[in-house]
Ligand binder design. Sequence first.
Ligand code: T4K
Length: 379
Amino acid sequence: MNKKPIFVTKPYLPPLEEFIPYLEQIWESGTLTNGGPFHQQLESALCHHLGIEHIALFTNGTTALVTALQSLRITGEVITTPYSFVATSHSLLWNGIRPVFVDIDPDSLNIDPRRIEAAITPQTTAILAVHCYGHPCDVEAIQKIADTYNLKVIYDAAHAFGVRCHGSSVLGHGDLSVLSFHATKVFNTFEGGAIVCPDAKTKTRIDHLKNFGFAGETTVVAPGINGKMSEFNAALGLLQLKHVDRAIARRRKIDAAYRAHLRNVAGIHCLHDTGEDVANYAYFPILVGPGYPIGRDALYQRMKDCGIHPRRYFYPLISEFPMYRGLPSAQRDNLPVATEVAGQVLCLPIYPDLTDTEIERIVAIIKETVVDPTHPNFS
Ligand code: T4K
């Protein structure tokens, strides 16, 4: 019997009937976008939920990243990680900035602060770090370097909705943090994103930049973009927010189940558990090391053949793509840890609807390969 395919994620959708009243209000008011009532409500609700002061909503995380860099007037070179989704570095190119790749820490898989100083040149203006998989960067070490060299710090916090660090939101660190509310994220508005800002003045500038640069009916202060979140997406966000804590609680259980099942599987390494005071359980990456009987790509294929669709986030490294690979910092010998991890990583399915039986089905494939790598089920 053919079993239902299982993908790396499945967006959380609240009951449809709960969304109808929001739609009715949009239809009644006739305000569809440009900072309508749901947009305002979602900004307030997110500040409250996340424990932050100021947030500017966007159409998606990528536009928010591009605008964050523009708002801080970043130029020249920016130090960043090669181990992320390509939108991280693309936001630099969109601003005419040269990315300088620095290797990652083997435990957190985030940019390794110990390697940042060596990459600083007179052209360096900022550090663009990523809280990869929602695991916080070493924010203190990064800030220390930034203070010493007078650099801005922007966090790509696309994975870090609700993540905490040293007892408060991780989004409070650096000059700006950028969230993604894409369908595949812990909290989604179908498409969406946001910039978390430290003060009202910065938010006002960002609000202008996401509205073509308009600072009044007839005043344009900068070549801004159209990055405004619509009322439809904002309403979805308000509804999702009612369910997100329960969704994260289920993710936590799935994370714990994977860890228990995989604890003694030779060659399979689970990332450090940051604990429920920190984590949002956005992803469940494993590293398929040399102690496992087959390589990562062979396991990936076997799982796909069995109807399981994990993802190799983040392979290839950003530095391997054609628009980056010519940079001196993109060379593999500059990025040994990231290169090795990109060859071993596999993100297993994790989402609130994933059942215990499905988890067992996924784990069974990983374990059976250890018992018998030539098992006919896998051929
Ligand atoms: N920075 C970082 C660190 C990021 O990871 C991202 C985005 C960004 C910045 C940019 O933020 P946004 O501009 O996207 O807001 C996905 C997402 O498109 C992307 O948002 C995300 N990171 C990246 C890590 O993953 P794909 O191409 O791998 O997604 P896709 O369409 O293959 O979806 C994965 C699986 O999810 C599918 O196999 C099935 C399931 N799925 C997906 C969608 C879209 C559904 O069941 N329903 C859906 O609607 O990029």
